[in-house]
Write a protein that binds this ligand. Structure first.
Ligand code: APR
Ligand code: PHB
Length: 390
C-alpha cells in the first residue's frame, strides 16, 4: 500500500490533517488502533477557540457545529461565595469561544472523511514507523491478522499521549518536560439543563469544580478528586451532594441533578516533547504535548499544530518548499508553551493543592482578588482563554 502522508491516530489531529490534505489534493492513509465505535464514544472537552472553528470550516465539517454549537461571550470564575464574570467578548475586541463537544467534532470529521472516501484503517494493530531518517519511510501494521505495509513520504504521529510515534524517537534526540499534578478530575455527563448559561470554574476549600455544558438538556460537571480515584466509589448522590457544597450557594440552589450518563476520572498533567520532528516523522496534538484541562486548551492546541503542519506539507508538495516543515516544530512550540503556561496558571489558581495549606492558599486568594479588581488581569485571562493568534 502506498500514499503520500501516513498518519498514525484517528483522533481530532489526524482527522483534521487528513481532511485538509485531501482538500489540497494530497493523499493520506490514517491508521487507528481502536474501532470506530470506540473513538466516537469517547467523551472529552468541549470549548473551541476561533482558530479551531475556522479549521473545521476549512475542512468542510462545520455544518453541525454552526447549527448546534453555542457561542459564549463570557466565562465565570467563583471563589467560595464570590463570583466574577470575565467578559471575553468585551475584553478581546469581540472574540468568543464555541461550546461544542469533542465527541461531536470527531463525529463530524469522520463524516467529512467518509464523504470524500478518505482512507481510514480502523483496528490497525502493532503500528510501527520505519526508515524515518531516510526519504522513503514506511509503516508496518497488522490488520485482521495479516501483516501490512504502507509506504509514504512522511509519517505524522497523531496518536495521542500513549501512542507509538514519540516512543520511536531516540532518547538523545528528544527532550521532555513534565509536571504531574497531585489530583485528577471526576467528570459526570447528565441529561439535565445546565446550571448556568456560561461555564463556571469554581475554587472552594474542598477543591475545584467546573460546571460546563453540551446543550440545553445536557450538562457536564467536574470535581477535583484523587488522581487514582475510582469513579465507582462515587454514587450519583455523592457526586451531586459534593458538587453542591463546592459551588456558590446561589448556583447550588439552581442545580438540577439526574442520573449520570457517564462518569470517569482523568489525571492532570502538563507535558511537552521537543522537538516535534525527527527526520520524516512529525508529531502533532497530544502525541507531543498535554495540558491540564483547566484552560480547555488540549483540543485547541491540536488544531494550531495541524494548521502549521498542513500548510507546511502543502507548501512542500505544491512548491517544493521545505521552509514550513523546517520551522514547524519551533512555530508550534512557541504557541504550545504559552498555552502550557496559561493552563498551568488556571490550574494553580483554582485547585486545592495538598502541600498548599497556609501560604499557598493565601496566594491563591490574593490572585483571585487581584483578578476581581484589575481589568488588566481579566484581559490577560480573556485573551488566553479565547486563544492566542496562530
Ligand atoms: N496506533 C494507532 N493509533 C493509535 C496508537 C497506535 N499505536 N496509539 C494511539 N492511537 C490512537 C488513539 O486510539 C486515538 O484515537 O490515536 C488517537 C489519538 O487521539 P487523541 O488522543 O484524541 O489525540 P489528538 O488527535 O492529538 O487530539 C487532541 O487534545 O486535550 C486533547 O482531549 C483532547 O483528544 C484531544 C486531543
Ligand atoms: C468540558 O466541557 O468538558 C470542559 C470545559 C472546559 C474545560 C474543560 C472541560 O476547561
Amino acid at each position: 500500500m502506498q500514499t503520500q502522508v501516513g498518519i498514525i491516530g484517528g483522533g481530532p489531529s489526524g482527522l483534521l490533517l487528513s481532511q485538509l490534505l485531501h482538500l489540497a489534493g494530497i493523499s493520506s492513509v490514517m491508521l487507528e488502533r481502536r474501532s470506530r465505535a470506540y473513538v466516537l464514544g469517547r467523551i472529552r472537552a468541549g470549548v473551541l477557540e476561533q482558530g479551531f472553528q475556522d479549521l473545521m470550516r476549512r475542512a468542510g465539517a462545520a455544518q453541525r457545529m454552526e447549527r448546534d454549537g453555542q457561542v459564549h461571550g463570557g466565562v465565570n470564575i467563583a471563589y467560595q461565595e464570590d463570583r466574577l464574570r470575565i467578559d471575553l467578548e468585551g475584553l478581546t475586541g469581540g472574540k468568543t469561544v464555541m461550546v461544542y463537544g469533542q465527541t461531536e467534532v470527531t463525529r463530524d470529521l469522520y463524516a467529512a472523511r467518509d464523504a470524500l472516501d478518505g482512507v481510514v484503517i480502523d483496528e490497525a494493530e502493532q503500528v510501527m514507523p520505519h526508515g524515518l531518517e531516510g526519504d522513503r519511510p514506511y509503516l508496518t501494521f497488522v490488520k485482521d491478522g495479516a501483516a501490512e505495509r504502507l509506504d509514504c513520504d512522511f509519517v505524522i504521529g497523531c496518536d495521542g499521549f500513549h501512542g507509538v510515534s514519540r516512543s520511536v524517537i531516540p532518547a538523545d534526540r528528544l527532550q521532555s518536560f513534565e509536571r504531574v499534578y497531585p489530583f485528577g478530575w471526576l467528570g459526570v455527563l447528565s441529561a439535565t439543563p445546565p446550571v448556568n448559561e456560561e461555564l463556571i470554574y469554581a475554587r472552594h476549600d474542598l477543591g475545584f469544580a467546573l460546571c460546563s455544558l453540551r446543550g440545553p438538556q445536557l450538562s457536564r460537571y467536574y470535581l477535583q478528586c484523587r488522581a487514582d480515584e475510582n469513579p465507582d466509589n462515587w454514587s450519583d448522590e455523592r457526586f451531586w451532594a459534593r458538587l453542591k457544597t463546592q459551588l456558590p450557594a446561589e448556583v447550588a440552589a439552581r442545580l438540577v441533578t439526574g442520573p449520570a450518563l457517564e462518569k470517569s476520572v482523568a489525571p492532570l498533567r502538563s507535558f511537552v516533547a521537543e522537538p516535534m520532528r525527527w527526520g520524516r516523522l512529525f508529531l502533532a496534538g497530544d502525541a507531543a504535548h498535554i495540558v491540564p484541562p483547566t484552560g480547555a486548551k488540549g483540543l485547541n492546541l491540536a488544531a494550531s499544530d495541524i494548521h502549521y503542519l498542513s500548510s507546511a506539507l502543502i507548501d512542500w508538495y505544491k512548491r517544493g518548499d521545505s521552509a514550513g516543515l523546517d520551522s514547524y516544530s519551533a512555530r508550534a512550540l512557541a504557541r504550545i508553551w504559552k498555552a502550557e503556561r496559561f493552563s498551568w496558571w488556571m490550574t494553580a489558581l483554582l485547585h486545592r493543592f495538598p502541600e498548599n495549606e497556609g501560604f499557598g492558599n493565601r496566594i491563591q486568594r490574593a490572585e483571585f482578588d487581584y483578578l476581581m479588581s484589575s481589568k488588566a488581569a481579566q484581559t490577560a485571562l480573556a485573551e488566553n482563554y479565547v486563544g492566542l493568534p496562530y
